[in-house]
Each structure stands twice: as structure tokens, then as C-alpha cells.
Write a protein that binds this ligand. Structure first.
Ligand code: UDP
Length: 238
């Protein structure tokens, strides 16, 4: 049997990926399907760290947050990621995956705090680590948390799960001639002004020479194909 292409990866799941076709919140069937994909790669012995977003919940409260100062709204966003992380870890438990949630902001009665050596230990033990509360700082995103935690735990790659199966020459929903890049360098992505991750996350990955793979989380089996190093999504490399 061919071996996985990676030993340790950082998977970034956006909160919106948990919504399925709903307007906000967590769609049970969607989270279960995602967790089944994760289980498939965990069974291969790949060490998985996950950063989860919060857009699905925060979007639901956003109208009420209008006019709020940015930092307060961002803390609400970070708390939303904690809810998603708990849901994700619980769904993992249902399929026999041992997951640990670690939060970047102190919320000790709910989840344990992020402590790097502990996270590394969990990964070595084969547990899935779900990083909640982003970087713990307002004015950042969970994409940046993915780059940061990916670098911290020594992940070989950041896997950015999206609704689109990679980076395209143009918006595939608007331009029928748009084609997918199989791979592209960081520099080329900048010069072509392609949006891969937000600027802070992108710069961090580039500086740390941490490749990014953009792939579709809605495409069945895509995560496994990415892990096996097959032509799936777009690889952003140094
Ligand atoms: N957030 C933050 N700092 C972080 C990560 C997230 O302040 O380090 C807040 C920010 O308000 C963001 C929200 O949490 O809008 C949810 O995260 P994000 O938008 O990255 O989630 P996604 O779009 O991936 O669901």
C-alpha cells in the first residue's frame, strides 16, 4: 500500500464549512461527513492538528454585533470557534477518534488551554488536536491561527479546506474559462494577486516555508487524496 505523503498536517476548517446549506450554525450531516473524512486519514497514522473557524456562528449573531468595537466583536468570534471545536471533537468521539480541544484564550472550565508541549504530546500519541479561539488575539483570523499553529507544531503542510477545489486563474463561478492551478509558488500567487489565505497567514507560511494546499472539503474523498499526495486541489509552495 502506498504511504501517506505527510506525517503531520494542520487542517484548517472554516466555520462556514460546518453550515452545509444552512444559513448559519452547525449542520449535523455536514459535520459527520467531515469527521468521516478526518477518520479516514487518522486511520492512516497521519497526525492531525485542526484549526476551526467561527464564521458559521458569528454570522448568526453579526447583525446584533453591528456598531460594536472591533476587538469585542473579535472576541465573540473567537468564542464561536470554541463552540465549533467542541462540536467537532464530540462528533469525532462518536466515530472513535480521540480528540483534544485546546483554547488560545483562558476558558479552563470548558477546554484546556493551549500549551505547545502538551499539543505535541497529544499529536505523538495519535490524538487529533483541535485548536480553538484562533490566535487568542483580536484583529487576526483563524487562517492566521492555522499558519501559526502549523509552524509551532512542525506540520509539514497547512491544508486549507474550502468550498472550491483549489486556486483558479479567475473566479470559476464567474468565468467558465477559469482553470485550476495544480501548484503555484508563493511569489507567483502574490504577483498574480491570487487570494489563497489572508495576507498575515500567507506571509507567515511563506516566511516559514510552510506549504499550503487548498482543496475542497465538499468533494468526497478529497482530504484523503491530498494526504496521499495525489493531484487534488492546489499546492502553494516556496
Ligand atoms: N478571530 C480573532 N482572532 C483570531 C481568530 C479569529 O479575532 O486569531 C475572530 C474574528 O472576529 C473572526 C472570527 O473570530 O472573524 C471567526 O474566525 P474566522 O473568520 O477566521 O472563521 P472562518 O471564516 O474560518 O469560519
Amino acid at each position: 500500500m502506498t504511504k501517506p505523503a505527510y506525517k503531520r498536517v494542520l487542517l484548517k476548517l472554516s466555520g462556514e464549512a460546518l453550515m452545509g446549506d444552512d444559513q448559519f450554525g452547525i449542520n449535523r450531516a455536514t459535520i459527520d461527513r467531515m469527521v468521516a473524512d478526518v477518520a479516514e486519514v487518522a486511520e492512516l497514522g497521519v497526525e492531525l492538528a485542526v484549526v476551526i473557524g467561527g464564521g458559521n456562528i458569528f454570522r448568526g449573531v453579526a447583525p446584533g454585533a453591528q456598531g460594536m468595537d472591533r476587538a469585542t466583536a473579535d472576541y465573540m468570534g473567537m468564542l464561536a470557534t470554541v463552540m465549533n471545536a467542541l462540536a467537532l471533537a464530540d462528533a469525532m468521539r462518536h466515530v472513535g477518534i480521540t480528540a483534544r480541544v485546546m483554547s488560545a484564550i483562558g476558558i479552563d472550565q470548558v477546554v484546556e488551554p493551549y500549551v505547545r508541549p502538551k499539543a505535541l504530546q497529544y499529536l505523538e500519541e495519535g490524538k487529533v488536536v483541535v485548536f480553538a479561539a484562533g490566535t487568542g488575539n483580536p484583529f487576526f483570523t483563524t487562517d492566521t491561527a492555522a499558519a501559526l499553529r502549523g509552524a509551532e507544531v512542525g506540520a509539514q503542510i497547512v491544508l486549507k479546506a474550502t468550498k472550491v477545489d483549489g486556486v483558479y486563474t479567475a473566479d470559476p463561478q464567474k468565468d467558465p474559462n477559469a482553470t485550476r492551478y495544480e501548484s503555484i509558488s508563493f511569489d507567483e500567487a502574490i504577483s498574480k494577486q491570487l487570494q489563497v489565505m489572508d495576507a498575515t497567514a500567507f506571509a507567515l507560511c511563506r516566511d516559514q516555508k510552510l506549504p499550503i494546499k487548498v482543496f475542497s472539503i465538499v468533494k468526497p474523498g478529497a482530504l484523503k487524496r491530498v494526504i496521499m499526495g495525489e493531484d487534488e486541489g492546489t499546492l502553494v509552495h516556496v
